[in-house]
Design a protein around this ligand. Structure first.
Ligand code: NAD
Length: 294
């Protein structure tokens, strides 16, 4: 099948490559030409705008940073809707505000384009392995139609509800991940300051109730002082911003999310925005003047 793929960053590149490996013909676009070139080397065809992708393909996947990027790629002057034929399916796999998914889907429906939101969890390693967790929202018949394609990129996919429900689920996921990294950082700073080797603490507690996928992924990075992204602090600021705005609009106060947001804001202001979100540990390291290292 001919599939359009727009947004070839940390996540989009391996996801697109997995579709090529499964035998699909890909037409790709990104504003960064090096990213397009890498996919062309892997077997894809280059397009020079989102419109061109839409003119070539009846199924289009987007994997972009945030709501404004998706709006510009879909609704913009040379966007998908200026080239898409009625009946085209759009799967937006970016993590964006649920309200933006709803607005974009409405504009798509007006042009006869069917859209679902299908953000992912799992990060770059799982994007490479094709084992992402996918959470989708929108018309269930569209979801069923593209399920097999989703499962070439993911190990699981769940239809969570109407359009935007995928991104609402993703916001819940991002709140849990951010708060978990902060909790792990705070606890490991306590044990480090008290003189216990963080590697021993990790080995001792990872199998108990405090253990988590987040701890397993992030403590090895923190103890090695490796904050290469991964998932960037600036992207997590974007997600918590969307979570706080959504929380306020539905009447769900998020006091812990607000506190971790300020930690991320401090790191951004101090020049760490492009570091991995495991860098929340750096906030604690700056507070106490001690590093959590093996
Ligand atoms: P990224 O910044 O590495 O990639 C985004 C890509 O979109 C870039 O290559 C950029 O050039 C391209 N782009 C931006 N504007 C564009 C436009 N107008 N037209 C065409 N291309 C454009 O980000 P990422 O880490 O790949 O994340 C993508 C999405 O997936 C984000 O919403 C993020 O929150 C989510 N996500 C990321 C991870 C992770 O671990 N990195 C995990 C789960 C979900």
């Amino acid at each position: 099948m001919k599939i359009g793929f727009i947004g070839l960053g940390i996540m989009g590149k391996p996801m697109a490559k997995n579709l090529i490996k499964a035998g699909h013909e890909l037409v790709v676009y990104d504003v960064v030409s090096e990213n397009v070139a890498e996919l062309v080397t892997a077997g894809a065809t280059a397009a020079y705008s989102s419109r061109e992708v839409a003119m070539e393909c009846k199924l289009i996947i987007t994997m972009l940073p945030n709501s404004p990027h998706v709006k510009s790629v879909i609704l913009g002057e040379t966007g998908v809707l200026t080239g898409a034929a009625p009946g085209t399916i759009l799967i937006d796999m970016s993590s964006i505000a649920p309200i933006a998914s709803q607005e974009i889907e409405k504009a798509c429906a007006d042009k006869g384009v069917r859209m679902i939101d299908a953000p992912v969890s799992g990060g770059e390693p799982k994007a490479i392995d094709g084992t992402l967790s996918i959470m989708a929202g929108g018309d269930k018949t569209v979801y069923d139609e593209v399920y097999d394609i989703l499962m070439l990129m993911g190990a699981s996919a769940v239809h969570c509800g109407d359009i935007g429900a995928g991104n609402t689920t993703k916001l819940a996921n991002q709140v849990i991940v951010a708060l978990n990294i902060a909790a792990v950082s705070e606890a490991f700073m306590l044990s480090t300051k008290a003189g216990v080797d963080p590697v021993k603490v990790f080995d001792a507690i990872k199998g108990g109730l405090a253990g988590s996928t987040v701890m397993n992924a992030k403590i090895p990075m923190i103890t090695e002082g490796n904050f290469k992204p991964g998932f960037k602090i600036d992207l997590h600021i974007k997600d918590l911003n969307n979570a706080l705005e959504t929380g306020h609009s539905v009447g769900a106060p998020l006091p812990l999310t607000a506190a971790v947001m300020e930690m991320l804001q401090m790191l951004h202001a101090d020049g760490y925005g492009q570091n991995d979100h495991s860098g929340i540990a750096l906030y604690y390291e700056k507070l106490s003047g001690t590093e959590i290292r093996k």
